[in-house]
Design a protein around this ligand. Structure first.
Ligand code: XIL
Length: 380
């Protein structure tokens, strides 16, 4: 329901933008006399070059999103303008992680999360809540404290319930658990698995559902784009959760790709087998890092990778969103030196200049919209 309303708001905002952007720019620039106009050849069909991504994605029923860095959103106009106009979905890059929302035990701080939700509402955007249960980005008091199993179970439950209740009705989709599998598809060895056993995953979904029955609940995972042991494990996990009646609605495929590794050509088949289980899927954290420096060949190969991700989603029933993990190098986690010698992972460079990947995404969305007889073709 909430998603439908948000999608509707997004579509309305998209149409308003469409008129603001396309209609004025469609007016002829040099002043033509009526006679000259009458003899001029008919104008060629215009590509909707100025339409924001969200308007291109709306006819395909797809949320197009980005991770948002709350250190920058309030202070950099170019950044917030892009986020407010181009996207129909936003994900908190860090603002909703446990380390940020409860830096001291019992002291909840949802300030950045509230600010993001307000921003999203003002711009007709959906919010993805990322992430409730993870082994990383935990507060120091939790990782360095000594707790019994019962205490840890109680702390985790309270954390999930506190956070989801705070945003009840305002966050459409939660990554309830994040990165719970090892590369071989077995349960990842984390403090949660060690203390609580594998049942913590089902419990987390149940707690989140109790706190906000209208929220869509996702399992988000890294490196499961390709069919192989890890995605097999993820599929088995989802099948098992569904069989147990656990309230899981979708699976997020992070898709942090690396240019000099084989592209995930089996992604579309892979998404389909999850979709066949009755869950939604989304690409939740797309970026494609490359060995530095970027050159035209690498940038074109990167564009092809972004297109592969988006295509796979567009071809899959119930693939409802395509989110990039930041859209400029200036704000990207990849640019922080985390991956030595790699960078240039985003659809815009660090001066907000579009890369071939940005054009590829636009072309792909336009083609998808056209094939569905969308309102964009009517507006042109
Ligand atoms: C990263 C953020 O981008 C960084 O800013 C932060 O310091 C660490 O986390 N998978 C995830 C995301 O699910 O939460 C991670 O985000 C990137 C990998």
């Amino acid at each position: 329901m909430f998603r439908r309303i948000t999608a509707l708001l997004g579509a309305v905002a998209g149409l308003v933008l469409l008129f603001l952007v396309v209609v004025p720019s469609a007016a002829p620039t040099p002043k033509a006399t009526p006679a000259a106009r009458a003899s001029a050849p008919p104008a060629p069909a215009r590509e909707p070059v100025n339409l924001p991504l969200r308007a291109l994605a709306a006819p395909a029923d797809l949320f197009v999103g980005t991770a948002v860095n709350m250190d920058w959103l309030p202070v950099q106009a170019e950044y917030s303008d892009w986020i407010g106009t181009q996207f129909s979905s936003v994900t908190a890059e860090s603002a909703l992680k446990w380390r940020v929302v409860e830096p001291q035990r019992g002291r909840l701080d949802f300030g950045d999360g509230d600010a993001l939700v307000r921003f999203a509402r003002a711009h007709g955007e959906r919010v993805r809540g990322h992430t409730l249960v993870w082994h990383d980005e935990l507060p120091d008091w939790l990782t360095s404290g000594t707790f019994t199993r019962d205490q840890l179970a109680q702390l985790l439950r309270q954390h999930v319930i506190d956070e989801v209740s705070h945003f009840r009705g305002r966050i459409a989709q939660w990554d309830v658990v994040n990165e719970v599998l090892a590369e071989d598809g077995s349960p990842r060895d984390t403090m949660w698995l060690r203390a609580l056993g594998p049942g913590y995953i089902a419990d987390a979904f149940r707690w989140a559902h109790e706190a906000d029955p209208s929220a869509q609940l996702f399992y988000n995972e890294s490196t499961i784009e390709t069919i192989g042991p890890k995605s097999d494990g993820a599929l088995a996990l989802v099948r098992q959760l569904r069989a147990q009646g656990v309230p899981i609605d979708g699976v997020g495929f992070q898709a942090h790709l690396i240019l000099d590794q084989p592209p995930p050509v089996s992604l579309q088949r892979n998404l389909k087998r999850f979709s066949d289980l009755g869950v939604a899927t989304e690409i939740t954290e797309a970026d494609v890092r490359m060995p530095l420096p970027p050159d035209p060949a690498r940038l074109n190969a990167q564009a092809a990778d972004y297109k592969l991700l988006l295509d796979a989603c567009l071809q899959t029933p119930r693939c409802t969103g395509f989110t990039v993990w930041g859209f400029t190098d200036q704000h990207s986690w990849v640019a922080g030196g985390l991956f030595k010698g790699y960078g240039a992972a985003d659809i815009l460079n660090d001066r907000f200049e579009p890369r071939p990947a940005y054009a590829a995404i636009r072309a792909d969305l336009t083609a998808a919209a056209r094939s569905r007889g969308d309102p964009i073709t009517v507006a042109r």
